[in-house]
Design a protein around this ligand. Structure first.
Ligand code: DC
Length: 227
């Protein structure tokens, strides 16, 4: 790992939906006393705002225009409130309709430019663990440690389904698996910043791993000497 002071330590965690990024990233951040930045929440906030304003998701210009003026604030307390232009959207952005809409808006250059600007701004506040799809390849190319987390598609769909069930959503597993497959394809095939591991990323498969085991592995990687 590239060495850094704790204050400026940057850990990038990328990977597909349901790989366990946010669970692992939050715990690594807590253990190392770093900020956790959930970049997916920012894309979700833009999808939410576009839908709320009655904008057609396919209207790239209007969606990009909206993104340009949107202020998104991620609260770093345990509650992890997501503020979008002063509105608490923490729960609203997790709804299945937002999960379906978000890949469309995340493919737009204008949206990505604005959100990457906000994400890099977050990284100036101190050491960070940032999770997303393009953190190691684009947002923080100089990150000290880059992790690409993955898991089998069946396992990823099962995890996302469990999250929804726990949140009281009654949705068939097959529907979650179908939506996830579609989203993966959109994220991998998009022209701008597609989902792919950075060349210097450590690829970790979380299938069958405990959360604690994965967190310990990543923390240990931060303590390795510069290669
Ligand atoms: O991690 P998530 O499921 O909350 O991400 C929501 C969507 O945002 C997902 O379809 C991929 C997209 N995304 C992205 O394109 N780039 C990021 N850095 C983070 C998320």
């Amino acid at each position: 790992m590239k060495q850094a002071q704790q204050m400026s330590l940057q850990i990038a965690i990328d990977g597909p939906a349901g790989a366990g990024k946010s669970t692992v990233a939050k715990l690594v951040a807590k253990q190392l006393n770093l900020f956790y930045v959930d970049t997916g929440a920012m894309y979700r906030a833009i999808a939410y705002k576009a839908l709320k304003n009655g904008i057609l998701l396919e209207d790239e210009l209007s969606v990009s225009q909206i993104a340009k003026t949107t202020e998104i604030i991620l609260d770093h307390s345990e509650e992890r409130v997501v503020w979008c232009d002063g509105e608490n959207v923490t729960l609203a952005i997790r709804k299945p309709e937002i999960s379906r809409a978000v890949s469309i808006v995340a493919a737009y250059v204008g949206v990505r430019e604005r959100l990457v600007e906000l994400q890099r701004r977050e990284a100036t506040r101190g050491g960070v663990v940032m999770d997303g799809r393009d953190i190691g390849t684009h947002v923080l190319p100089e990150a000290n440690l880059k992790i690409f987390l993955t898991a089998t598609p069946t396992e990823r769909a099962r995890r996302r389904w469990m999250e929804l069930v726990k949140a009281g959503k009654n949705i068939p597993l097959e529907e979650v698996a179908h939506d996830m497959k579609q989203r993966d394809r959109q994220d991998i095939e998009r022209k701008v910043s597609p989902l792919e591991p950075a060349q210097d990323a450590v690829i970790l498969d979380t299938t069958g791993y405990s959360v604690e085991g994965m967190v310990a592995k990543i923390v240990a990687l931060t303590q390795e000497d510069e290669k």
